[in-house]
Design a protein. Structure first.
Length: 371
């Protein structure tokens, strides 16, 4: 076992407590990673606030990057010393995994939200007892994480000069936004796209839309600062979310939207976006809504217009393929995702969450150790 420090979420406490802990040596198929950086995502907030039924106590974090320290039996693609990005976990055996669609793994919940190995064992313990680990197959809010070979992506050698801590968010939020545009909706050049919400996922989608050649690219948000950044990153138009969004979109795209992408999870905005779709328009959804939330669409419009409404997880990404592609786009200057990031010391994890919730910081990243 290895002595580590971990940010633990416990029942009855408001934030995270940094605690001394121990982590297992990697088992067969597993990898021990020293975490260098870990992004803060709204999914972590939802667990902390008990909106998602993840068992406690738990070490969260699912946008990790770091350096491989040890590998278990049977691991062939990684060796100690490799710089890596950690992403979501999947079984590798179900029909969707076989179709290179691991985000829709039949056992996604078991591998990502049960916060334990599939056999129920946990890799982390403190003086108070076992702590749930393997959140999204990693639990990267710690100095070390146990992941599997399937959800650990080797950083390409030509990216050695990119600060390793910045790469962690590619494992979830950023690949979700970019993948929604490039993979899920497969946005075509010269077609219109409206992005509802200019947070990390929405701004990642806007950068990807510029890569795809979409036009116009429209960002909708409540924060003037985020709309200004959206323009710098590729948006051709911006709309303040507290105005008449439908009228503004109608002026820009009088024939309707070819693509709409919602990151807010707000039913009224999703239904508004659907109503503005052009014939054969596509509406992609990634925003987290309440578990019992319902949407209302006109069936004649849906069917008669040949429209599609898509639920999207992780940007329909195969991390082993898509994360290196995003890194290549970044190296070529097409995907400057680093402009979304502000770093925080690991011990300041609660301040990082507060900065994200307030809207002051788009994507906080914890600097856990030195690369």
């Amino acid at each position: 076992m290895t002595a580590i420090r971990a940010a633990v979420c416990r029942e009855g406490q408001a934030g995270f407590s940094i605690e001394e802990a121990r982590i297992d040596a990697p088992r067969a198929g597993e990898v021990l990673v020293r975490i260098v950086g870990a992004g803060v995502c709204h999914t972590d907030m939802a667990v902390r606030d008990r909106q998602l039924p993840v068992p406690l106590p738990v070490v969260l974090g699912h946008e990790g990057s770091g350096v491989v320290e040890a590998v278990g039996a049977g691991v062939t693609t990684l060796v100690p010393g490799d710089a890596v990005v950690l992403s979501f976990a999947s079984c590798g055996a179900c029909p969707n995994c076989a179709d290179d669609a691991p985000a829709y793994c039949y056992d996604f919940g078991l591998h990502n939200f049960a916060s334990a190995r599939p056999d129920g064992s946990m890799a982390i313990s403190t003086a108070q007892g076992p702590v749930h680990s393997h959140f999204f197959g990693q639990s990267s809010f710690a100095t070390h994480a146990i992941a599997t070979e399937r959800n650990v992506v080797k950083v390409p050698a030509n990216a050695k000069d990119v600060p390793l801590e910045l790469l962690g968010p590619l494992g979830c939020g950023l690949q979700t936004g970019a993948g929604a545009v490039l993979n899920s909706m497969a946005v075509k050049a010269g077609r219109s796209l409206a992005v509802f919400g200019a947070g990390a996922v929405g701004l990642s989608a806007i950068m990807a839309a510029r890569i795809a050649g979409a036009d116009p690219i429209i960002a909708i948000d409540l924060h003037d600062s985020r709309l200004a950044l959206a323009r710098e990153l590729g948006a051709t138009h911006t709309i303040k979310g507290d105005g008449d969004v439908a009228a503004a979109l109608g002026e820009i795209c009088p024939e309707g939207l070819n693509y709409a992408f919602d990151t807010t999870g707000l039913g009224k905005l999703i239904e508004l976006a659907f109503g503005l779709l052009a014939p054969r328009g596509i509406l992609g959804l990634v925003g987290a809504s309440d578990a019992d939330a319902m949407l209302h669409f006109n069936e004649t419009s849906l069917m008669g217009g040949g429209k599609r409404v898509m639920g999207i997880l992780e940007g329909d990404s195969d991390p082993q393929v898509f994360i290196p592609q995003l890194i290549e786009h970044h190296l070529a200057g097409r995907y400057p995702f680093d402009r979304l990031i502000e770093t925080f010391a690991f011990d300041d994890i609660n301040e990082a969450f507060e900065a994200s919730e307030s809207g002051r910081v788009i994507k906080p990243v914890l600097k856990v150790s030195v690369a």
